[in-house]
Design a protein around this ligand. Structure first.
Ligand SMILES: [Zn+2]
Length: 162
């Protein structure tokens, strides 16, 4: 951040309008650039003095200390912001881990299907959360299963008809 940009942000900072994502870079510049710090002190004093006149308040005698307090609160805001972001990431990571463990530990379902030859066979299917319609193996089995059931029904009907 150059001094010109910092000066522009100073105005917004004084009115509490500086976005939180710009705040760290701005404060870092202010801390290291005596020129901008001095400008901020002057602007802060003027802003506060005008504010106090408008509100008919007594003049504060120590604007520098007030500004230090404001800068310290901003630093705390940044720290809080970082902590919240770390926490959010931890929550997302935790959720992904829980979902991964849940999917990995699901027991393979034991399902029975009729095969086209009319023989009953037991197949073991692993199901890792894939939607049934999107699983080509299950889709194929289901298609043949329907066919087998239809043939079995036809056979039963024919036998009943005899
Ligand atoms: Zn500067």
């Amino acid at each position: 951040m150059d001094c010109k940009t910092a000066q522009k942000w100073s105005d917004r900072y004084l009115y509490g309008e500086l976005p939180t994502d710009i705040l760290p870079e701005y404060l870092a510049h202010i801390r290291t650039c005596e020129h901008c710090m001095e400008n901020l002190r002057t602007d802060y004093s003027l802003t506060r003095a005008i504010d106090q006149i408008n509100r008919n308040e007594d003049f504060s005698t120590d604007y520098t200390r007030e500004l230090e307090g404001k800068l310290e609160r901003s630093r705390q805001t940044i720290l809080r912001h970082i902590r919240i972001q770390v926490f959010k990431r931890a929550v997302v990571f935790g959720l992904i881990a829980v979902i991964a463990v849940f999917l990995a530990t699901r027991l393979p379902a034991q399902e029975k299907y009729f095969l086209p030859e009319g023989r009953e066979e037991s197949l073991q299917l692993r199901f890792y959360g894939i939607d049934e319609s999107a699983d080509p193996v299950k889709e194929t089995i289901r298609r043949y299963n329907d066919e087998a059931i239809r043939r079995l029904r036809d056979n039963t009907r024919n036998e009943d008809g005899k």
